[in-house]
Design a protein. Sequence first.
Length: 270
Amino acid sequence: MVQRLLAVLLMVALVGSVRAEDAKEVVVASAKELKGIKATTIIWEKDGAKMVLIPEGFKKTEDSYDEFGDLVPGKPVKVSDTLYMDTTEVTVGQFKKFLKSSGYKTQEPIDWKAVYKYSSTDKHPMILVSWHGATAYAKWAGKRLPTEAEWEFAARGGLKNKKYSWGDDKAVARDYANYDGRGGRDKWQSIAPVGSLKPNGYGLYDMGGNVWEWCQDWWDSDKTRRILRGGSWDLDPSGLRAAYRDDYGPTSTSSGYGFRCVSGFPVAQG
């Protein structure tokens, strides 16, 4: 009886130790350290951002027809390698830390009064940041901006052929996205603190609404505009679609522009 009790206590202790181990946060300082790491969630040392693992992504090309009218089925094409992505948009607090420690100077002085009008705390997303500012932050942190293909694959959260990052049901939009007006979990007239609503299937918050997010890519072959994805707090639900796109010049800033970072295999920037 005593032996049996001891065995049970030992099993409980072992289970407890496993759970404690699982709960540990893996802190990563650089992309090189990602090799061999299998954790689904990490903490990025430089800026303290929580990041989640995004699996490699594939997109099926469209079906076509050959010269004889026979169907040629589309093929899967890789759009994203395995990478880690910030669970939330970069916050005001994180961007302030970057400015203080890096010495980076924006092209135009940041109008902090305007920033705090919409993003009133350090836990709100950084806004009024240009593509250049977002890229400088990512470089300082040892990360990068996502490509458009990476961003969209991550935004879908493992879902296929769905309209939004949470699925097709517009009735639950305010559970997942902060957009024009208020209702349900969306209590904010303008911008919400990051991570205030439900995440998508990969654990990413605000992939629809709150603020637009800068991506690496050029919109046009003339290389005059960069791509933004995700929609913002002042749009209606049509602007929250996972495939919705926008573009502005890389020096542009707005109360609806923010960004998040990724880390993984390097992708050359144009």
